[in-house]
Structure formats: C-alpha cells, structure tokens
Design a protein around this ligand. Structure first.
Ligand code: NDP
Length: 334
C-alpha cells in the first residue's frame, strides 16, 4: 500500500522531493460506519498547491500527513449498509492506494453517477464541471447574445465554461497558452475565437474580437490576464473570479488589478465563489450536463498521467500548462 506524505513545504513549483512515497500497511476498517476504498484515479487540481502552503477554505496539509487529493475508487470492504463492495465512489481519497473513509458526514464519499465512466465523473461531472456550471450560470448569469470571455480556457474548468456559454447562445472567446490549445478550442469545441496569451497581445486582441465589450469574464488566471479582460468590460458586466493560478506558486502574492476603476465606470460586478457552497445543488447540474453530453452539445477531454508515482509531476503539469482538459492520475484499473 503506497502512500505519499508531505515532507517539506514547497517553494515555488512543487518538487518530487516535497513528498515521500512510502510503503505502509494497508489500512483496515476499525468499526461500523466505515468503508475501505481501492483508489483508481486522482483528480489533479490547482487548489492542491494552495493546501500545501496556507489555510484557505480548508486547513493547510500538515507536514507528515498524506497528500490530500480528490479522486475516485472502488469500495472493497464496507461496514455500512449504504455502501457495498464494488461501488464506485469519489471523495477526498489522498495520494495513496487505499483509504478508509466514513460512510456518513462531511468526509463521506459520494457514489458515482451510474453509467458515467470514472474519468468523466472526475471531469465534466466532477468538481471542475460543476465549477464551470455554477460559476458561469449562477455568478456570470449569461444572456443570449452576450460575449463571454474565459481564461484558462483549455483546462478542465475553462473548456466546460466555454461550451456551456455556447449552449446558452453566447459568443465565446477563450484565452489559453499555445496554438495547439487555441486551435482545439475553435476547431473542436466551437469557441468563436481563441487568444494565445503566450504569442499575442491579449488586451489588443480582446478589443478586436469584442469591440462592444465583454459581458461575462470567467477568470481562472489572475495578474496580467485579469487586467486585460478588465480593460474591455461592457456596461454591467459580470466578472466571475474562479481562481488565479498565475499566483499560486508565488505565495499568492499577485497584485491587484491597476484598472479596477473600469468596474466603476461600467457599473460591473466582480464576484468570487467556492464550488463547495453549491454541493446541495449538484443534481441540477448533473441533469443538464448529462443531457448536453448525450445530445453531443458538450465534449469532455481527459489528460491522464499513469501511476501513483507520477502524482507530483502531474500537479506540476497544471502550472507548466502541459495539460489539455482535465488532468488525472490513474493508479489502478477500474
Ligand atoms: P486547468 O485544467 O485549467 O489547469 C490549469 C491551467 O492553467 C493550465 O493548463 C494552464 O493552461 C493554465 N495556467 C497555469 N499557469 C498559468 C499562468 N501563469 N498564466 C496563465 N495560465 C496559466 O485547472 P482547473 O480547471 O482545475 O482550474 C482552473 C482554475 O479554476 C484554477 O484557477 C483553479 O484554482 C480554479 N478552480 C476554482 C474552483 C472554485 O471553487 N472557485 C474550483 C475548481 C477550480 P495554459 O497552457 O493556457 O497556460
């Protein structure tokens, strides 16, 4: 039973040596109300970098503790009537082969939606799909005909945001790093335009592509990209603050936008959110996402790293922009 524990707090990009991979005894059920899960896939999320360094919406991970991670696995033993061996579940499984979880309460896992492959259950039907759905629809409130700008557009959250905005009748502009990503957004996902922030002047391109301004700006990146979007807000625009990945390796030291006065001048709203506040509304999202997937209106894309020992490298991939779509680590066959 392999377990990754945090041994040093990373400075900048995470290193393999910030974690120690150890062989430990397989955990056992200690009492009623517990289940033992064989982990199959780990979700790789930018927020994990934050958990390594400070208390956020969750406490920081302690030195010596198992690296916290969302993921999915199969129940192999259960002392609770709600779960049976064979059930597929998702929850906070950690970077390890097996985990004992409580069957009830806030740390309990959820059963995967029936008929959904595990990979998609962690992507479009997982945290990032839900983040896209509620962040865009509840905070961004797009109207038909709106122009929606999304940064981090070729990542797990961004790809879903752009496609949902298209379904809602909006014009969608994505911002992503590199030609391969921008071509995929416009060629495969139906985005109206995509800006390669590594090669183009983002603010100038937004002006060209959205001469009447941006109605909804779904923001995943922070820093210069946030500022470029704020340069081109339409009146009463909604700026959805989902994340600011450009600052996560830098102790969250990002600067505030120099041009926030544009929010005043355009009577716009900028609002953050954390997806866990929407967990009681998951059913709504699942219904719509399932319908759209079946109708071929939305696509999912998974980027898989093979093997538990690849977990630190997979986390780095997010910050190096190597992933396209949802980054997962596969640790065992489903
Ligand atoms: P992604 O799949 O989008 O992966 C991260 C992507 O960010 C990379 O592929 C990379 O793409 C881009 N990126 C990395 N560093 C930079 C940089 N310095 N400048 C510009 N782009 C960069 O991850 P997720 O979909 O999981 O997360 C996206 C965002 O959503 C994050 O900010 C995350 O924290 C946030 N989030 C927020 C939630 C909430 O509840 N508020 C819940 C889930 C996620 P590229 O090649 O284009 O640079």
């Amino acid at each position: 039973n392999r377990v990754y524990r945090l041994v040093t707090r990373p400075q900048g990009m995470v290193k393999d040596s910030d974690f120690a991979l150890k062989e430990e005894p397989k955990p056992e059920l200690q009492g009623d109300g517990q289940i033992l899960v064989r982990n199959l896939y780990l979700s790789v999320d930018p927020t994990q970098r934050g958990w390594l360094e400070r208390d956020t919406y969750m406490p920081m991970i302690g030195l010596g503790e198992v690296m916290r991670a969302f993921g999915a696995g199969r129940v192999v033993a259960s002392r609770d009537p709600g779960f049976a061996p064979g059930d597929l579940v998702s929850g906070m499984v950690g970077w390890q082969d097996h985990v004992v979880l409580p069957a009830k309460g806030p740390a309990a896992p959820s059963k995967l939606p029936p008929g959904v492959p595990v990979e998609n259950a962690l992507s479009l039907f997982g945290i990032t799909g839900l983040t896209a759905y509620f962040g865009l629809l509840d905070i961004g409130r797009p109207q038909e005909g709106d122009t929606v700008l999304v940064s981090g557009a070729a990542g797990a959250t961004g790809m879903a945001v752009g496609q949902i905005a298209k379904i809602k009748g909006c014009r969608v502009i994505g911002i992503a790093g590199g030609k391969e990503k921008t071509s995929w957004l416009t060629g495969e996902l139906g985005f109206d335009a995509a800006i390669d922030y590594k090669a183009e002047d983002v603010s100038a391109r937004i002006k060209e592509l959205a001469p009447r301004g941006v109605n909804v700006f779904f923001e995943n990146v922070g820093g210069a990209i946030l500022e470029a979007g704020l340069d081109h807000l339409a009146q009463r625009a909604r700026v959805v603050l989902c994340g600011a990945i450009s600052g996560y390796n830098d102790s969250f030291s990002m600067q505030g936008p120099r041009n926030y006065m544009n929010l005043v001048l355009t009577r716009s709203r900028m609002e953050g959110f954390i997806i866990i506040d929407y967990f009681d509304r998951v059913g709504e999202a699942m219904k719509d996402l399932g319908t759209w997937l079946q109708a071929g209106k939305i696509k999912d894309r998974i980027d898989i790293a093979e093997g538990l020992d690849q977990a630190p490298a997979a986390l780095r991939r997010l910050f190096e922009g190597k992933n396209i779509g949802k980054q997962l680590v596969k640790i065992a066959d489903a």
